[in-house]
Design a protein around this ligand. Sequence first.
Ligand code: CP
Ligand code: NVA
Length: 336
Amino acid sequence: MAVNLKARDFLKELDFTKKELAFLLDLSRDLKRARYTGNEVKQMAGKNVALFFEKASTRTRCAFQVGANQQGAGSTYLGPDGSHIGHKESIADTARVLSRFYDGIEFRGFEHSAVEELAKYSDVPVWNGLTNEWHPTQMLADFLTMIEHGRGKSVEDITYTYMGDAHSNMGRSLLVMGAIMGSDVRICSPKHLWPPEDVQDSAHERAEESGARVMLTEDPDEALPGADFVMTDVWVSMGEPDSVWNERIKLLTPYQVNSAAMAKTGNPHAKFMHCLPAFHDTDTEVGKDVAEKTGMDQGLEVSTEVFNSKANIAFDEAENRMHTIKAIMVATIGDI
Ligand code: CP
Ligand code: NVA
């Protein structure tokens, strides 16, 4: 059966088949190539998209705005204080109003139920730009980047290890996405920071269909050997209180991606990935503050050395946010 994603929402990976996600990855690659060769065709001419951000963003916001613009569409950015949503107007009413103006709505928020509610009442596609639970647009960028840097390996042959806070959006999304796509996925974290049981169950179910190998472990010595890609994310996510920093540092320091961790892959070609922003030195307020309190002045979730090494492909990954987000918009509201 042909893949047709027209008018579909893009809320979480589990809503999609492997074939549909593979289609979006192919489309991303095609759009990237068209951009690089000066052959981009505007498939969203005359459209408009609304971009809601209840949390801060650099990559996701810019990827939607630039991607829409390159495709001929207009965009409206609404920041945390930029609309009545949630304060004076319900999510449902906001969705009903915006559907009259826009062809698609991006939403970054806290509880995943909010983006589900928006999609329920919207007549136009809703795209999840990150919730506490899922980060699906990031997954397309991560997979496109792994395919590009995978030395010819197919997604089914790629092995990746995610180290650190695995109960957050990135841990959950990486577990589930790899399970759907048929990859070798290793999630390495203290047990009480693993994705919740229902997410683990869904991952195991999808792995049975796809042939994915799924490992959840507390032991880096088990998770790292043979990895093509080693990934991590911030130890405290947006929306979590600062008070959890101390506990996270204590729990997650053994899971820092440093040179010793990279060496444990046994793979001289292993690459480092991070959705960004990353705490890899003391050049940020948080990085400096934590360094002053703990003495960790050589990075938190990733060491300064690994971040500055040739193994780091996080900036290719960041660029791919744009090509993949463009693909999601083109596939769901574009003239294809
Ligand atoms: N990776 C990511 O989502 O980055 P932003 O928070 O800058 O959008
Ligand atoms: N887990 C991080 C991802 C940031 C892109 C957060 O939610 O803050």
